[in-house]
Design a protein. Structure first.
Length: 267
């Protein structure tokens, strides 16, 4: 769908369920020149195991609040991770299903970039570098290192014990900005982890806990609308989750497939 013709007015519904909380918005774009109007922005404050129920209920409430019919939706926005395997799967499966049924494109966005956008929106820091981290479990951490809004950025997964080496290279490259102005968005549990607590408790770091960000639904809406206007909408089945670390389930599946292809004893 790249290169498709964009029609106005447009109605977009989007969500991100990659974390402990889910976020959902409904936005209407009157014309190319006019700013989007956010009709609904809500937090789906539910356990990850209930993301499916919470998301469907949130979608229903947003459509009702906006007095929209599902057939009127121009595109579906979705956070593709990294984050919770279960949460990403629920959010993306819902988006792909609706996209397939309605013949409506999807607009994928990074779940870490959503947190960055929320922080920049609330703080007004458009030019400062920012580090965004999310727990990847098993002693690993997802990271997004951005030099500035719209500037260079990179995402990776690394052992928590190796994070300091990555940060040192980031600062040495000049992308990390002045050491005295280090900002990091961290998981709420960062103080209970000895490595993270030791690394980010120094005075050089200004830490923002992810759950304290108030602008996430609105930032999600603005990010999706920006990407949609830029032609980033794609066919539903062409959107895939961002698992920066291969899941244990995927590793077990590959092992079983290899065992079937290469049975012990040959033949």
């Amino acid at each position: 769908m790249p290169g498709r013709e964009i029609h106005y007015p447009a109605k977009i519904l989007g969500w991100d369920t990659s974390g402990r909380r889910g976020y959902l918005f409904a936005a209407e774009i009157p014309s190319e020149a006019e700013a989007p109007v956010i009709r609904s922005a809500q937090v789906l404050d539910v356990d990850q195991k209930q993301h499916s129920e919470g998301l469907l209920l949130g979608l229903s409430e947003a459509l009702e609040k906006c007095a929209w019919n599902i057939s009127e939706i121009s595109a579906w926005g979705v956070g593709v991770g990294p984050g919770s395997f279960t949460g990403i799967r629920i959010g993306l499966t819902t988006a792909r299903t609706l996209g397939q049924i309605q013949g409506t494109p999807l607009v994928p966005v990074s779940s870490l970039e959503i947190l960055e956008a929320a922080w920049r929106r609330s703080s007004g820091h458009s030019s400062l570098p920012i580090l965004v981290c999310s727990d990847a479990c098993m002693g690993e951490i997802y990271c997004r290192m951005s030099s500035s809004e719209g500037g260079t950025s990179s995402e990776l997964v690394t052992k928590i014990t190796s994070l300091q080496d990555h940060l040192q290279r980031w600062f040495e490259s000049g992308s990390g900005g002045p050491v005295s102005e280090c900002h990091a968005i961290l998981p709420d549990s960062w103080r209970s982890h000895p490595v993270l607590a030791d690394l980010f408790s120094s005075e050089q770091w200004q830490v923002i806990e992810g759950s304290s960000l108030q602008e996430i639904p609105t930032a999600l809406a603005q990010l999706v609308v920006r990407e949609w206007k830029g032609g980033a909408a794609v066919a539903a089945l062409d959107v895939h989750p961002v698992y920066l670390r291969v899941s244990d389930a995927e590793l077990h599946l590959r092992a079983r497939e290899n065992a079937l292809r290469n049975p012990i004893g040959g033949g």
